[in-house]
Design a protein around this ligand. Structure first.
Ligand code: BG6
Ligand code: MG
Length: 230
């Protein structure tokens, strides 16, 4: 057992954990439409700026944030009803997704990692992650999937990424995380992983590295990280 583990670490110096929403695909626009419909029904305004607060946050927590924006209090029963309703609407958008919605640079980065023999898994807060990956034709590319169904604590808790490291058979320090949300960067940092922010630099200031888009991530950058971890 110990021998196998040591051997794995020697062979795979590094592994990658990808967030899904906002890194591989842009689903925030669909979450926005579905949450906005709920806010409209409850009679308050929900803007794109408000939607930023929900990035990387679990579905249940998102509803609580939304309700606090509208200053609305609901029973647990009603909340459950709205959560089901919101997800139904969201899924209508997801079912229409295809590979054209993969974000620029994502496919190229997966190809680069394959070429370098570096394994990658998904580490997402979304309970819909497997369906989304299937829709865009990427489900079989990942060595493992950790999603909102596999965790008991949501980001910024590091649980999702620590399970990801286990799936990669690596120590946390050997994992690099691509994330677009503050909660995700915090989770990666707490897990003692290398955090890479994708998106707005100011928002993701706590990330170890930052790129505006995955199109900027080169094979050389990945090779440098492998050296750094060795
Ligand atoms: C995250 C999104 O990836 O997943 C959040 O950034 C979303 O906005 C969360 O709330 C949960 O998603 P789902 O698909 O389970 O409702
Ligand atoms: Mg995200």
């Amino acid at each position: 057992m110990l021998y196998n583990r040591t051997k794995n670490i020697m062979n795979n110096k590094i592994g990658v954990i990808f967030d899904l929403d906002g890194v591989i695909v842009d689903t925030a626009k669909y979450h926005f439409l579905a949450w906005k419909n709920l806010a409209d029904a409850l009679g308050f305004e929900f803007t794109k700026k408000h939607n930023e607060l929900l990035k990387g946050v679990s579905r249940v927590r998102s509803l609580d944030i939304l309700l606090s924006i509208g200053n609305v209090k609901l029973s647990e029963e009603k909340k459950q009803e709205f959560l089901v309703c919101k997800n139904k609407e969201y899924l209508e958008f997801i079912k229409k997704m295809n590979s054209s919605e993969i974000l620029p640079g994502a496919l190229e980065l997966l190809n680069t990692l394959d070429a370098l023999g570096i394994k990658y898994v998904l580490g997402s807060a979304s309970k819909n992650a497997p369906l989304i990956l299937k829709q865009v034709g990427l489900f079989n590319r990942f060595a493992g999937i950790v999603d909102g169904n596999s965790v008991s604590k949501a980001k910024p808790d590091p649980e999702v990424f620590l399970i990801g490291a286990e799936k990669l058979n690596l120590q946390p320090e050997q994992c690099i995380v691509f994330e677009d949300a503050i909660a995700g960067i915090e989770a990666a940092n707490t897990a003692n992983m290398i955090s890479i922010g994708v998106g707005d630099k100011e928002t993701l200031e706590k990330a170890d590295f930052h790129f505006e888009s995955l199109t900027e991530v080169t094979a050389n950058f990945i090779k440098e990280l492998v050296k750094r971890v060795s």
